[in-house]
Write a protein that binds this ligand. Structure first.
Ligand SMILES: [Zn+2]
Length: 139
């Protein structure tokens, strides 16, 4: 038995209100329900974060997220929907098994996110892009 709570949900060792399952993904209601219809979409195989997903998992997770998002829209008619996904403690990840939140939103629902844009000069953006293209070429 693993100590990972999401692996235990996948294994049906602890209960969850499951919305969808397929080969690579599981979607279930977030116990906290920031707003009604708040769903977590998680990888079935243990991967701690986005960096550890294989291509099959990554593709399946976004496919499931899009399908469940449409179901949330149809069932709960939210004014909007936020997708939230965190990698590492600095990004506020608290459960170290890859998952994304599908969070129905409403005006004045109390959710908050600061976005401290730094607006660097264009040359800096080009420098960042070059570094990432080189990193992608090596991967
Ligand atoms: Zn796990």
């Amino acid at each position: 038995m693993t100590n990972c709570v999401f692996c235990r949900i996948v294994a049906k060792e602890i209960p969850a209100a499951i919305v969808h399952e397929d080969e690579h993904t599981i979607a279930f209601m977030d116990a906290g329900q920031v707003n009604p219809g708040h769903v977590l979409v998680a990888a079935k195989g243990h991967a701690e974060n986005l960096y550890e997903l294989n291509d099959a998992q990554a593709g399946a997770l976004l496919r499931t997220a899009a399908r469940v998002a449409r179901a949330i829209r149809a069932a709960f008619d939210p004014a909007g929907l936020s997708v939230y996904q965190a990698n590492g403690k600095a990004a506020w990840q608290t459960v170290f098994h890859y998952h994304m939140h599908l969070l129905p939103r409403h005006e004045g629902d109390g959710m908050a996110l600061t976005w401290p844009a730094k607006n660097p000069p264009r040359e800096k953006l080009a420098e960042y892009a070059t570094a990432l293209r080189e990193s992608l070429r090596r991967s």
